[in-house]
Design a protein around this ligand. Structure first.
Ligand SMILES: [Cu+2]
Length: 190
């Protein structure tokens, strides 16, 4: 029985050690979680939410930093006129189409053109590229980034890096007729 007296403190010691190490593990875990969430935050790129409406315009909720807006178009939502970006800035465009029309009649995309692009020629070719979501496959050199088509109720997005070269880059919707109707804006890199 006597050896138990020596064993008890030893068992206590082991248990205490065990508790201590699991606490350390917990600390390590929470540090890892913090590292994870800060990694998520740093990958949080600037996001611009745009709505495509039946009036064939890009509209936004309202005034916001880094964009300029025009007159109200639909439901009080103003036209998106320009997006201002720094060279090399990462930007995510989230485009939602608001429409009750079928996809064949009304859908939108966001296509950012290069500075040298011949936008009118691109739009003409796009109108014949229905099978490729109105993106002419032989003119990809004129595009910096583009979303898929979004029909009514759908949301599409694209993340891109703003060009290093400062200047004005046109963004458009390449669904037939929409560019001519004014579904366009300017990405101003400065
Ligand atoms: Cu459109």
């Amino acid at each position: 029985m006597r050896y138990l007296i020596y064993l008890l403190p030893l068992m206590f010691f082991i248990t205490a050690c065990g508790g201590g190490s699991s606490e350390q593990e917990q600390q390590a875990e929470s540090t890892a979680t913090e590292a994870q969430s800060s990694a998520d935050q740093s990958s949080d790129v600037r996001t611009i939410e745009i709505t495509g409406v039946d009036q064939m315009k890009f509209v936004v909720e309202g005034e916001a930093e880094g964009i300029t807006i025009g007159d109200p178009v639909a439901g009080g939502m103003p036209l998106l006129e320009t997006i201002t970006a720094s060279p090399g800035e990462e930007i995510r465009i989230v485009l939602t189409t608001e429409s009750d029309l079928p996809a064949s009649a009304m859908a939108h995309n966001f296509v950012l053109m290069t500075m040298e692009a011949d936008v009118q020629a691109f739009v003409n070719a796009a109108s014949k590229a229905r099978d490729n979501e109105y993106i002419p496959s032989d003119m990809s050199d004129q595009i910096i980034a583009h979303t898929d088509l979004a029909a009514g109720g759908e949301t599409v997005e694209v993340t891109f890096t703003a060009p290093e070269e400062t200047g004005e880059y046109e963004f458009i919707c390449s669904f037939p007729g929409h560019y001519a109707a004014g579904m366009k804006g300017i990405l101003k890199v400065e």
